[in-house]
Design a protein around this ligand. Structure first.
Ligand code: 5AD
Ligand code: SF4
Length: 444
């Protein structure tokens, strides 16, 4: 392995926060074996693309990127190119055959084997490992924080997903659901706090079904939230993503009880029509969803609620679409991530249903959803005018070195003139103006 000590690696990450967290695990595994992290594509021996398969568009971006790497490899034939993550898992050897330039393919549960796989590539063979595991959680790996602002960090608390929403590739790309050892989660949160971090986001595909036991004690998600919240009152806590069917009153009460658990819940609804929700295998109705929203709003005053919406799923009619718009208004979402349905191979929807909403109709419905959400987000921001929020300073604003950028508990971005405080410190900011995406204020 001594040769590795001079080999540099560069990771490019696509997709969700979970993938960004995985790249930090990969960086940790490789540095422990003597590889050197590089922050430049031109000054590296190994390029790793940590990929996403959630929509066809996500995969298209990676394929385009691979074309660019072809030219890099022409200039530097010794360059190793590896594909990691969900697309590696989904396509396995197919992509290696299709894209002759790939040297290595490793799925999300194979990262511990990367040093050995890279060794194999170094000795002239292609390497592939896409075996999914029932128990890998990388619990003992202390992630190397990449692109860090030194203030906020991700902690992965579980892997995989077993919900099998009919449109979704994740259960196939990331395998069985498994929860990480609670003690290792707390240790990581404590260590981050000591290093100066002031915000952690607990990550999993469905954090509400977190469950860990070591024989003596059982830790559920609300218990884990409490344990992390107790690490230090100055450590803010966020989490993503919650499945509406599993968001319990107990979790809502814990969020309300701890000032350092952020008052922001991401609760993907996907559709406002019961017919479509059933077809998506979401296991809740619009009425049940709205009831959860009511509980959140009454038990956690001022809590922000964001969501994900897919438009144009199989058999979605104008009436179904109207119900989605109607639910958006009733829920008064503060923010929404919106997507056109994209059929993914192997999923229940791909096998059983027809992708029968035309591209034009998907496009038009998406536009209507985005327009409505802009109105809802703007109304939400205007409600904050004149309010004062506790803001965690994350760093300088991108637009001006005279301004700081930070977030309030509701996860809204605030920009305000610099004060004597430093990134990682809290201060109260009064909102003076709002734009569509940012609150502009002044320290008070
Ligand atoms: N097509 C479009 N959007 C999808 N999502 C998941 N699968 C698909 C798909 N096949 C969206 C969902 C999910 C978010 C992460 O991505 O809204 O919550
Ligand atoms: Fe993309 Fe889903 Fe994989 Fe995250 S888990 S990288 S969103 S496919």
């Amino acid at each position: 392995m001594t040769e590795n000590k001079t080999r540099k690696f560069y990771i490019e990450t696509y997709g969700c926060q979970m993938n960004f967290s995985d790249s930090e695990i990969v960086a940790s595994i490789l540095t422990a074996e003597g590889f050197q992290p590089s922050n430049s594509l031109v000054d590296t021996d190994i390029v790793l693309l940590n990929t996403c398969s959630i929509r066809e568009h996500a995969e298209d971006r990676v394929r385009k990127r691979l074309h660019y790497f072809r030219s890099l490899k022409k200039k530097n034939p010794g360059l190793t190119i590896g594909l990691l993550g969900c697309m590696a898992e989904r396509t396995k050897t197919a992509l290696m055959e299709e894209e002759q330039l790939l040297d290595l393919i490793a799925g999300p549960d194979s990262y511990r084997h990367l040093p050995g796989l890279l060794e194999q590539v170094h000795s002239g063979k292609k390497a592939i490992d896409t075996i999914l595991s029932a128990d890998e959680t990388y619990a003992d790996i202390n992630p190397v924080r990449l692109d860090s602002n030194g203030v906020s960090a991700f902690i992965s608390i579980m892997r995989g997903c077993e919900n099998f929403c009919s449109y979704c590739v994740v259960p196939y790309a990331r395998g069985q659901e498994r929860s990480r050892d609670a003690e290792s989660v707390i240790r990581e949160a404590k260590s981050l706090f000591i290093q100066g971090f002031r915000e952690v986001t607990l990550l999993g595909q469905n954090v509400n079904s977190y469950h860990w036991s070591n024989g003596n004690s059982e830790v559920s998600f609300p218990k884990l939230l409490e344990l992390v919240a107790q690490v230090n009152p100055l450590l803010r806590l966020r989490f993503a993503t919650s499945h509406p069917k599993d968001l319990s009153l107990e979790v809502i009460r814990v969020i309300a009880a701890y000032p350092n658990i952020c008052k922001a819940i991401h609760l993907p609804v996907q559709s406002g029509s019961n017919k479509i929700l059933d077809k998506m295998n979401r296991k809740y109705t619009r009425e049940e969803y709205l009831e959860k929203i009511r509980s959140v709003r009454s038990l956690i005053p001022g809590c922000a609620i964001s969501t994900d919406i897919i438009t144009g799923f199989c058999d979605e009619t104008e009436e179904d679409h109207r119900q989605t718009l109607d639910l958006m208004k009733a829920a008064a979402f503060d923010y929404a991530f919106t997507f056109k349905y994209s059929e993914r191979p192997k999923t229940i929807a791909a096998e059983k249903f027809t992708d029968n909403v035309t591209a034009e109709v998907k496009e038009r419905r998406l536009r209507e959803i985005i327009t409505l959400q802009q109105e809802l987000s703007s109304a939400s921001n205007h409600r904050d005018l004149g309010e004062t929020f506790e803001v965690l300073i994350e760093g300088e604003s991108k637009r001006s070195d005279k301004q700081y950028f930070g977030r309030n508990s509701q996860n809204k971005a605030l920009v305000f003139p610099k004060t004597n405080q430093k990134p990682g410190e809290y201060l109260n900011v009064k909102v003076k103006r709002v734009t569509s995406a940012t609150l502009i204020g002044e320290a008070v």
